[in-house]
Design a protein around this ligand. Structure first.
Ligand SMILES: [Zn+2]
Length: 292
């Protein structure tokens, strides 16, 4: 059995994976300020169980060399080698992974990418993230940044905006929901929620439609390049924007027009693991590390 956790900024979800079925164990509040309290919550779920190990999905990047995670919204684990720390406290192997990586692995093995050798899972949420699975195995890469296609200057003037990573013109600045809103504001001077922009686009309103065309153009180019580079045959999409299947289908058309190997069916598809992706992906990573 692998005990898996989806660690969010406010809630921790736990699940038990037996190699076939996920048993959901419920949720707890995330102790953000106290490492002792954090370890107590995680350890509480482990108590009395025979486990191969614990696997945690966290909202931050984890360096696979040092185990150190950047988890800004949970201060008690930010900058800490959480895996080794918990392993010592609990006396069990502990794996800590980035949430977008867990998402990609869950979708590759149990979701929309099932049956595909190479899967690039992407998050179009408030921002842009991603995770890479090659030959069914999660690739975390140098510094844990593999799959992070949201950073690096790709957007040109006049739409290039400063990014939180210190660069200008990152896809992360315009690709997610907040990014779509920024694009619309920059184009029209009008501040609208993504929901309204997408709704107006669907109604054929010219200003929103122009924003959406621009958004699709800016996102589909870099995505097609990644697909070519990693040889992905499935690109499951999670995050808020993925709830709109028509929008994802429309993005898929543009990406398929731009990749070198044009698939007959859909390439960019809505994810199917839903809220379980974090625990399911962490469990799959545990399986990858410790065997099924
Ligand atoms: Zn950036």
């Amino acid at each position: 059995m692998i005990l898996a956790f989806d660690i969010g900024g406010s809630r921790i979800r736990a699940g038990l994976w037996d190699g076939h079925v996920l048993e959901r164990l419920g949720e707890a509040e995330t102790p953000a300020r106290s490492l002792d309290a954090f370890a107590a919550v995680v350890g509480g779920y482990a108590a009395g169980r025979t486990l191969k190990g614990l696997a945690l999905s966290v909202p931050g990047v984890v360096d696979p060399e040092t185990g150190t995670g950047k988890v800004a919204n949970i201060p008690c684990i930010d900058g800490l080698a959480l895996g080794p720390e918990l392993a010592e406290r609990l006396g069990l192997p502990v794996l800590v992974l980035n949430d977008a990586d867990c998402f990609a692995l869950a979708e590759a093995r149990r979701g929309a990418g099932r049956g595909h050798r190479n899967v690039f899972g992407i998050i179009l949420g408030t921002g842009v993230g991603g995770g890479l699975v090659i030959d069914g195995r999660l690739v975390t890469g140098a510094g844990g940044h593999a799959g992070e296609w949201g950073h690096g200057p790709v957007v040109c003037e006049p739409w290039a905006l400063p990014c939180g990573c210190g660069q200008v013109g990152c896809l992360d600045t315009i690709g997610g929901a907040r990014g779509m809103e920024r694009l619309h504001l920059a184009r029209t001077g009008e501040s609208l929620h993504t929901r309204e922009i997408v709704g107006r686009w669907r109604d054929g309103e010219p200003a929103a439609s122009a924003t959406m065309e621009l958004w699709r153009d800016l996102v589909s180019g870099p995505l097609a390049m990644v697909v070519n580079t990693v040889g992905a045959t499935a690109v499951p999409v999670g995050g808020g924007l993925s709830n709109d299947a028509a929008l994802i289908g429309w993005l898929d058309q543009a990406v398929r027009d731009r990749v070198l190997r044009r698939p007959e069916g859909a390439l960019v598809v809505p994810a199917v693991c839903g809220a379980d992706a974090g625990i399911l992906g962490a469990a799959q990573a545990g399986e990858q590390a410790w065997g099924g």
